[in-house]
Write a protein of this length. Structure first.
Lengths: 205, 779
């Protein structure tokens, strides 16, 4: 993975609203990414469902999945060591922990995208329960169906996942829906848009 | 007849694959009862194997959700396996839940699930086969349960990925050192990879342990076809790789996912072959779950987690403020410690409980191996038991009664033991006498089954002021003891007690001792002179090849920075004033310049004229979008470092701006936002009591009642945990809370804040500070 490709997304996560950070922050980003590469243990687990699982038979999923022939449920994580490193850095160097955290989020996002690129061409973007008015507790259904404990992810009662750098998502098969603002159901409430950027991130257009 | 380690043993193949072929779908363990003839048939089909594993992989009270009781299934499973008329090992798989802090399962919870199995099966099986474990801590719980509830051979295999790490980040060396220490009979690798991909893990295990090594690969890497997992490797090729492993010295071979009787038949020719002998150099090594430190050359053991002479640490231990200890651990790690000593011994404290709690907290943050420092037998055991790895125990000495108390614990948990060369008669004067005690300690250890490489000797430092002539005896004793083939340790800073300029004496003595073979100085790593001496020694002794580590640390060295305690590596050197340091976020220099400024400026003037002004400017730049979160945080950290320096000069009372209690509410584990608030508050002179994350309402109320703070700040990230925030506020109000309650976090806004009964919603840390300042002005 090219670290430079990830930088715009990391900048977005760090709150740089389209402004380029100073050189020192960018250097720190590169060194964080380097460390991250060494300790991350990316794991991705998924299943394809020909019949759309019951918990998705409601809005906003239904509109999202209209026209899909199947659905993929997925979970992925960067593993426990990344979490521990972030915790450690919060004690040792708060600024670095902030940057490391943003790097890890962007890295996870990208690794998941890359993995999904290998699953086929005709796929929607990955939609995560909790966003766009969907109920975050729907993650529980994904856990029931996938049993991602085997890749080391635990779902807490509060619907948070451990390790924290983990994601759960729903992908439609047989329909191309790229991540654009137009097809996002968070369109009207989006914080990024108010500031003139996008969540899937790039410098200010 | 199994002759583990002498003759190669062949295991059976997959159970799941066979069940699938027979069309059995559902809870695999229940088939022991509902389809026992079929299960027996599968076991019989593996009759070419020497050991048959029971069909009980998912049978433990945490994972099993079948229709019968654990006992019913276990008993029938053993009976079924006996049908093959081979040795029967009870198969134990992981609970499927992650242990704390990676998940929610408690160590004791995992332990009791495995202990239950051992109690049911201990008289009915020939051994235990613990497999597919991915978390070293869970494996430890399992091994302890089996050892304490049964008396049968224990074979353990863990699962590694292609980068040779387990799910929780343990390397083959760490797995080998830990499991060997816990006294398993054989250890190895299974599942996840095919035989070809397993080769490097196998090589590393073979080099790391002299215990018999087990290899149980999958039938190659699976492919997904029409939603089904398909394995394609042929039996002959599988057999070829197993043959290679046998030639390398592997003792136990078998097959995991995808393998069938055909595969076991293909490797059965290795059964009863002589195990190929190998030589393993035993090392003195300690490890956490993710870091192994070999005690060789010179390794620094940080001594600061010890309440002796440290008022703040004592208070922290009494109040259960383990955060303070975590910070101290992290500081030492940052400063270059390789191992951390942990001592919680203060009068009237429940030492075993506190030792266990502190070790668990510290290992949650720091990956450095730990040294359990106590004279309380129960505290040592509590620590060794809960520690996820192999610790050092500090210490035993030549006294029989002490060795009797400590050696059995060291043996059971595989710890390295530090032996002090003193006995009932005190510290002997001469090096020769201390050598004799060292010899005695090593011999006694061996009688407990503790090998030489698990012993380190401390030849004891006496103070130069009182016993000047004996200083050289300590060093001389180091040389003598090295001839016994053990590693050495010394608490070096004792030497200078009672003399001026202690640092100079300490450093000089450290250098003398390193030259004579000192491996582990126990010292204060925050003393740059001491760690510097160790780094310099590593260059001069040739340990630091090409001086790489040294150059990396001192690359930016200038004589002017030499007095600075913190290596200001890579910091912005253009920050020449304290104001600039805060504005630009140069932490190391900020503390230093603040010290210098205090020589000519009154503390409060410095606060008002420099720190507050600099922070104000940073705040303005942040608000106007000219400066961003990373800089805001580093400025706050620089200001905090300066405040800490000033805080030492100010009288205790009335120094701060007031106390703020912070907590991430119950159910929520995201705390980066709360931690940013903490740093920013502290940078503005507020003192913060941080209750941490996932904090139950009762704990917040208790802290409120005890401290009556200026404000309580609650953080939540998820909609689900806003409820828990509301409950916390209700509980606080019910307890009569008159302090201002602030809330913040991604899902909150002022509307929700009002609804749940908070006084203020602030969108970020800086706004929090501004509101607080307004409140203070109004008071």
């Amino acid at each position: 993975m090219n670290s430079f490709d990830l930088q715009p997304l990391i900048h977005t996560y760090l709150g740089y609203k389209g402004v380029k950070p100073d050189e020192r922050v960018d250097r720190l980003i590169l060194s964080c990414l380097e460390e991250l590469e060494k300790i991350q243990g990316f794991r991705y687990h998924y299943k394809i469902f020909e019949d759309i699982p019951a918990f998705l038979q409601k809005e906003p999923y239904l509109s999202f999945l209209t026209g899909c022939s199947a659905v993929i449920l997925c979970v992925c994580t960067l593993g426990a060591e990344v979490d521990r490193k972030i915790k450690y850095l919060q004690r040792a160097d708060m600024q670095k922990s902030l940057i490391f955290d943003a790097c890890a989020s962007a890295y996870l996002e990208r690794r998941a995208d890359n993995f999904e690129a290998g699953l086929g061409k005709n796929l929607t973007y990955r939609f995560c329960p909790g966003y766009g008015g969907s109920d975050i507790s729907d993650i529980g259904y994904i856990f029931d169906l996938l049993k991602p404990e085997k890749i080391g992810i635990t779902l807490l009662e509060s619907n948070l996942m451990l390790p924290m750098k983990s994601m759960a998502g729903v992908i439609g098969v047989g329909k191309t829906a790229k991540k654009t603002c137009g097809n996002c159901f968070n369109f009207s409430a989006c914080e990024y848009r108010k500031e003139g950027t996008t969540c899937y991130g790039s410098e200010k257009k | 007849m199994l002759r583990l380690g002498k003759k190669v043993i062949v295991l059976d193949g997959a159970m799941g694959t066979q069940l699938e072929d027979m069309g059995l779908e559902g809870c695999p363990e229940d088939f022991n009862i509902t389809a026992s003839e079929k299960i027996k048939a599968i076991h019989r089909s593996y009759s070419a194997a020497d050991i048959i594993l029971t069909n009980t992989f998912g049978l433990n009270k945490i994972k099993y959700r079948g229709a019968f009781s654990i006992e019913e299934v276990a008993l029938r499973a053993i009976e079924n396996a006996r049908a093959a008329k081979k040795s029967v090992f009870f198969n134990i798989g992981p609970t499927g839940a992650m242990l704390k802090p990676l998940g929610t399962l408690l160590f004791d919870g995992a332990y009791s699930a495995f202990a239950e199995l051992a109690e049911i099966t201990k008289d009915l099986v020939d051994g235990y086969f613990v497999e597919t474990f991915s978390d070293l801590y869970e494996a430890k719980a399992c091994v302890l349960a089996l050892k304490e509830h049964a008396d049968k051979p224990i074979y353990v295999t863990m699962t590694f990925d292609s980068s040779c790490r387990t799910l929780t980040g343990s390397t083959p060396e760490i797995v080998a050192n830990t499991l060997e220490g816990l006294g398993v009979d054989a250890l190895g690798v299974n599942c996840s990879l095919g035989p070809k991909e397993m080769e490097s893990v196998v090589k590393r295990l073979l080099a790391a342990t002299d215990l018999p090594v087990i290899v149980e690969p999958n039938r190659g890497l699976p492919k997904l076809q029409n939603g089904k997992t398909v394995y394609e490797l042929g039996a002959e090729e599988f057999g070829y790789y197993i043959g290679k492993f046998v030639e390398m010295g592997v003792s136990v071979v078998g097959g995991c996912c995808g393998t069938t009787p055909e595969f076991i038949n293909a490797i059965s020719k290795y059964s009863q072959r002589e195990v190929v002998p190998r030589t393993v150099v035993k090392k003195t090594a300690v490890n956490s779950a993710t870091k192994l430190v070999e005690i060789d050359g010179v390794k620094i053991c940080g001594e600061r987690l010890n309440p002796t002479g440290k008022k703040k640490l004592k208070e922290a231990l009494i109040n259960g403020d383990y955060d303070y200890l975590v910070d101290e651990a992290v500081r030492q790690q940052e400063a270059g410690a390789d191992i951390l000593d942990v001592n919680v011994g203060i009068p009237k404290i429940d030492e075993p409980r506190v030792m266990a709690e502190v070790l668990q907290r510290v290992q949650e943050y720091s990956d450095l191996p730990l040294q359990i420092d106590s004279s309380d037998r129960d505290a040592i055991e509590a620590g060794a038991r809960c520690y996820n790895g192999i610790p050092i125990i500090n210490s035993v000495n030549g006294e029989e009664s002490v060795m009797e108390r400590v050696f059995p614990i060291a043996k059971k948990y595989g710890a390295v033991v530090l032996g002090l060369t003193m006995d009932d008669n005190g510290v002997p004067k001469t090096a020769e006498e201390r050598f004799d005690i060292a010899k005695r300690i090593i011999e006694r250890a061996q009688s407990y089954g503790i090998p030489r490489h698990k012993i380190m000797i401390d030849t004891l430092v006496l103070t130069a002021s009182a016993e000047q002539k004996l200083v050289t005896e300590t060093v001389k004793a180091l040389r003598l003891v090295k001839a016994l083939g053990v590693k050495t340790a010394l608490g070096v800073s004792n030497v200078s007690f009672g003399l001026p300029n202690r640092g100079l004496l300490n450093k000089t003595f450290l250098t003398m001792a390193m030259t004579c073979g000192l491996n582990m100085p126990i010292l204060n790593p925050l003393d740059g002179e001491m760690t510097g001496a160790v780094r310099a020694f590593a260059v001069l002794s040739g340990e630091d090849e090409n001086s790489e580590k040294y150059i990396d640390i001192y690359r930016d060295f200038t004589p002017a920075a030499a007095n600075s305690t913190l290596a200001a590596k890579g910091e912005d050197k253009s920050a020449a004033t304290l104001y600039d340091c805060v504005k630009k976020g140069v932490k190391g220099r900020a503390a230093e310049l603040c010290e210098a400024e205090l020589l000519r400026t009154e503390p409060m003037v410095l606060v008002n004229e420099v720190l507050i002004k600099a922070l104000d400017e940073v705040g303005k730049l942040y608000d106007s979008g000219k400066l961003f979160l990373p800089q805001l945080v580093s400025s706050a950290e620089a200001a905090k470092a300066a405040f800490e320096v000033i805080g030492k000069r100010l009288p205790k009372e009335g120094s701060g701006n007031g106390l703020i209690i912070l907590a991430t509410v119950k159910g929520d584990v995201h705390d980066i936002g709360k931690n940013i608030v903490k740093v920013v508050l502290e940078s503005h002179g507020f003192s913060v009591l941080d209750l941490g994350k996932d904090v139950p309402p009762e704990k917040v109320v208790e802290a409120y009642q005890k401290n009556k703070p200026l404000a309580v700040g609650l953080s939540a990230l998820m909609t689900t945990t806003v409820k828990s925030m509301e409950e916390t506020i209700k509980a606080l109000r019910a307890a009569g809370c008159t302090s201002n309650i602030f809330v913040g976090g991604a899902v909150l806004n002022s509307e929700i804040a009002r609804e749940i009964g908070a006084d203020y919603y602030t969108k970020d840390a800086l706004e929090f500070v501004k509101v607080l300042q307004t409140i203070k002005r109004q008071v």
